[in-house]
Each structure stands twice: as structure tokens, then as C-alpha cells.
Design a protein around this ligand. Structure first.
Ligand code: AMP
Length: 512
């Protein structure tokens, strides 16, 4: 079995049905998609690529993304999709680390040839057209058999610290992820459509799998990115759409709804389901999103090492406002997804009693096979079948997981643990605060003290004094920031995650 069989199956079932859209224009039916992917698979094989060889995908969101992924799987190859915002030097580092043979690249991302590739194909060139030319009979091109533990995708971690690591994601991991979507995230029918706003090299692209399993439509915006007005327009034409979005993108959609006064009904016509995850969603933000866009949110927590599958907070749970622990629940990341077990453990991996805070461990069929050519990192991350996520959190009696922070982001002041997230949640409820990130700074007396970087809403007059009073009114004194830095924006990585490491560096140079 291979992921490529999913495409063959749809081509059998619904060959004529529209599968891929570029903007609002049909781009390929399921039959055409299969014929092009089979054509490329054949040519990759003829060119000497062997099952298990790596192929780099360094392109903007593009309808060809889907054809390339499935062509590679058809030929038994391993895809290495990387973020289009990477610098060519970073891409070359990955080419070298992954020992990728061929690369499909958007020309503007790498104007010069990337060192290390045997062949680099501009995805918008005639050469790429020729490689993807459809075969007359896709069913005549055999799919290379793959075992469940064979690699399908090398996912380079976003690397908020240090060099990215290649996460080895297997066929089994992706099949599990795809099927789990239907149980824990959302029902999907062939009438549904998913839109790729966030990078297809990451979670958004992975969700092509459940949508292909269901024979749904796949929509790639012409802008290739997140333009709220474009996404709503596409939604009203082709939707309602489903999408995966990091919390910063959700915020952008909700801001747009407010700015141009889109009603809840109109939002419902554009979006069926918005799956959010990848970074903390603050309570104030999800409440506002639910208020302005209605019941169309589902949260997932996962990481490259267990792609899209660790916990989920369902649509129903997000709506159950009458529940006595509703606020705790919407601040949580939900309960274990069906194919995994969760455990909270101490540093030695020993299970901690219920309610205690420790490292989050995950076990199940979504968990990676290890890090590519990095046995040391693999041995640290995978122990006795458990994935050590590096996230810190606690479970309640009903199985809801609340994430505190990455262990490295924890602040220890006067021997007490301070979770930046808690301080951030509170500051976000202060009038005039748009965004906030809290980090620790070294303190000779206390070990560390709390510093808040704050972005003010347009026109808001904020002061350290005002925010201090806001904190004092609701939070233990020792947790409150001793210093506020007002900034115009927060540094974020290519996936929209706040780079706390960069903030700590900036702070160090300011304090020096
Ligand atoms: P990545 O491997 O780049 O997808 O990053 C995964 C990390 O993002 C996790 O280990 C968490 O620290 C964080 N993350 C993912 N989903 C959530 C979520 N729903 N809430 C808070 N943090 C999350």
C-alpha cells in the first residue's frame, strides 16, 4: 500500500470530478491529476530515481504541489517539502542533509542552482510541463509498493532553536493522520473543499491527504498565501471551505471579518471548518473568533514528530459554554486523538500523578520513525516507544491537556515556575494590547525576572504602569513582568510562531 493508491482510488471512483482549483478556476479533475502524477512517476523512474530517494519541493503554494507529492509517492520516493520563505543557503543545507537528488523549485526562490541537486526543475517551466505530461492510462503505471514503515516525507522542523532536524515520517504515519481527521477533526464529503492558505510544506499540505481520501476539492489561492479578502471570496464562490491556520492567521481572518463587517452567516457561507494549531491560541482570541465567525473552529495539537496528531479540541467542546470548566477547556488543547496515548512524565520519563505538570509524551501510529541521520537526537526523543515532545503540560481528570510552555521557555524566578503563556493570556485581556510575548531575563537575585514585549493596537496609549496595574489586579505579584518593552511587531518564524529565542537575544543586547 502506498499513499499513491489513494489517488488511484479516487481516479477510479470519480475520474471526471474537479479535484484541484487554482483560484476559482478548475485546474485538474481526479483523472487528470492521476494521469499527470503517473506520468511524472514514470519519468522519474526512467531517469534513475530509486524508491526511497529524496526529492526536494521548494515552491510557493501551487496546484502542482499536489501533483508533485503524489507523483513522488507513485514512484516510491520520499518528498522533502520545505518552506518557501527559506533562504537559498538554508535550502542548500537541507538538500545536503537530506541528500536530495532532484528538486522542484519556484524560480524566484532560488535564482541560482541549489548546490547538491542533480537536477533542479523550475515548476513553472516547459520542462516541468513535459515531466508532468499526462499518460494515456494512469492505471497502467504501477505504483511502487511501500511498506507501512517506509519513509514518505522528510519534514524539516521549523527550528526555533538551532539547525532544523529531518523528521522521518512514514507511510503509516500519514495514513493514520489522514484517517484520524475524520474521527477527531471533521467529517468530510466529496462536496467539501479545502483551501491552502498556510504553507503546503507544513500542516496545511498534510491535510491534502484526508481531503483526497474523501474525494473533496483542493483549492490553491492565486496569491499562494493568506490574503483574507481572497480567501473569503473563494469561500463564497467554491465553499464553504475548510482550512488549516496557525493562530496568527486565524486572527487575520477575524480582523478582516470585523473590519469589513462580515456577518456570522456570511462567514459560515465562506468557511465550513477552520482547524487551528501549531502555536498557542489565547482564550481572548478564540472567544472573539467564535463570536465573530461562529461555530467553525477545531483545535489540534501536534508537532512535526507526530504530524497533526496528538490532541484535538472539537467543535462541540469549543461550543459547550455551559460546561462548568469551559474556560479551562478552551484554554486547553483538548483530548488525545484516537490513535495515540498521552502521558505526562518527569525528566526520566516516569509517569506523574494526574494534574502535575511535566513533559508531554505521545505514543501511537502517528509518531515518527526518528530523525534522519541523527541517532543521538532520535534516542533522546523516542524512548520505549514514547515521543518526548519537549512541550510541558498537565492533564485533567477528563483527559484534557493544557500546555504550559516549551520547557526552554519556562521562567524560574525565586525558585517558582512562571509559565509565560499565563502572563500572556492575562496581558492580552488588557485594553489596547494587540500582541504580547513574555520571556525571562537573567537576574542576579531571583534567577530570572519576567519581561513582556507588547504590541499595542493602533491608536492605543499603553504604559508599563497601566499594564502593571492590570496584572496586579488579577495575578500573583511574582509572576508579573518587571519590565515592558513596547515594539511595533514580534519576530516570527516562517510559520508565524513567535521566536522567543530572538526576543531573548534582543533583550540580552538591551540589558548589556
Ligand atoms: P512544529 O513541529 O513546527 O509543527 O511545531 C510543533 C510545536 O508547536 C509543538 O511542539 C508545540 O510547542 C506547538 N504547538 C502545536 N500545536 C499547538 C497548539 N494547538 N497549542 C499550542 N502550541 C502548539
Amino acid at each position: 500500500m502506498s499513499l499513491a493508491h489513494l489517488l488511484l482510488r479516487q481516479a477510479h471512483l470519480t475520474s471526471e470530478r474537479s479535484a484541484i482549483f487554482h483560484g476559482s478556476e478548475p485546474y485538474a479533475s481526479y483523472g487528470q491529476w492521476a494521469a499527470r502524477s503517473a506520468g511524472l512517476a514514470l519519468r522519474l523512474r526512467q531517469a534513475g530515481l530509486q524508491p526511497g530517494d529524496r526529492v526536494l519541493l521548494f515552491l510557493h503554494n501551487h496546484p502542482r504541489y499536489l501533483e508533485l507529492l503524489w507523483a513522488c509517492w507513485w514512484a516510491g520516493l520520499v518528498v522533502v517539502p520545505i518552506n518557501a520563505k527559506l533562504h537559498p543557503r538554508e535550502a542548500e543545507w537541507i538538500v545536503d542533509n537530506a541528500q536530495a537528488r532532484w528538486g522542484f523549485v519556484s524560480a524566484d526562490l532560488a535564482p541560482d542552482a541549489l548546490a547538491g541537486l542533480e537536477r533542479q526543475i523550475d515548476v513553472d517551466s516547459a520542462a516541468c510541463d513535459a515531466l508532468l505530461a499526462p499518460v494515456a492510462d494512469a492505471f497502467a503505471v504501477a505504483v511502487t509498493e511501500r511498506a507501512p514503515d517506509d519513509l514518505a516525507w522528510l519534514f524539516y522542523t521549523s527550528g526555533t532553536t538551532g539547525r532544523p532536524k529531518g523528521v522521518m515520517i512514514t507511510q503509516r504515519n500519514l495514513m493514520t493522520m489522514g484517517l484520524t481527521y475524520f474521527v477527531d477533526v471533521d467529517a468530510v464529503s466529496a462536496d467539501d473543499a479545502i483551501v491552502y492558505g498556510a504553507p503546503m510544506s507544513h500542516g496545511a499540505g498534510l491535510y491534502a491527504i484526508p481531503h483526497l481520501m474523501a474525494g473533496a476539492r483542493h483549492v490553491v489561492p492565486l496569491s499562494g498565501g493568506v490574503d483574507a479578502a481572497e480567501l473569503f471570496a473563494l469561500g463564497w464562490q467554491l465553499g464553504p471551505l475548510s482550512t488549516f491556520a496557525a493562530p496568527t492567521i486565524v486572527k487575520r481572518l477575524v480582523d478582516h471579518v470585523e473590519e469589513v463587517q462580515i456577518s456570522v452567516d456570511a462567514a459560515a457561507a465562506a468557511f465550513k471548518t477552520i482547524v487551528y494549531g501549531g502555536a498557542p491560541m489565547y482564550v481572548a482570541d478564540i472567544e472573539r473568533a467564535l463570536r465573530l465567525m461562529g461555530p467553525r473552529f477545531v483545535q489540534i495539537y501536534g508537532q512535526g514528530e507526530t504530524p497533526m496528531v496528538a490532541t484535538a479540541l472539537s467543535r462541540q467542546q469549543l461550543l459547550d459554554a455551559a460546561h462548568p470548566r469551559y474556560l479551562e477547556r478552551i484554554a486547553s488543547v483538548g483530548v488525545a486523538q484516537t490513535p495515540v496515548q498521552l502521558r505526562i512524565a518527569d525528566e526520566q520519563g516516569r509517569e506523574l500523578p494526574l494534574g502535575e505538570i511535566g513533559e508531554v509524551l505521545v505514543k501511537g501510529d502517528s509518531v515518527m520513525a526518528g530523525y534522519w541521520r541523527n541517532p543521538e537526537a532520535t534516542a533522546l526523543a523516542l524512548r520505549d516507544g514514547w515521543l518526548f515532545t519537549g512541550d510541558v503540560g498537565c492533564l485533567d481528570a477528563d483527559g484534557f491537556l493544557t500546555l504550559k510552555d516549551r520547557s526552554k521557555d519556562l521562567i524560574i524566578s525565586g525558585g517558582s515556575n512562571i509559565y509565560p503563556r499565563e502572563v500572556e493570556e492575562l496581558l492580552l485581556t488588557a485594553p489596547g494590547v494587540a500582541e504580547v510575548a513574555v520571556v525571562g531575563a537573567p537576574d542576579p537575585e531571583w534567577g530570572e525576572f519576567v519581561v513582556a514585549f507588547v504590541v499595542a493596537q493602533a491608536g492605543a496609549a499603553l504604559s508599563a504602569d497601566l499594564l502593571d496595574r492590570h496584572c496586579l489586579a488579577q495575578m500573583a505579584r511574582f509572576k508579573r513582568p518587571k519590565r515592558y518593552l513596547f515594539v511595533s511587531e514580534l519576530p516570527k518564524n516562517n510559520y508565524g510562531k513567535v521566536l522567543k529565542t530572538a526576543l531573548r537575544e534582543r533583550l540580552a543586547s538591551e540589558l548589556a
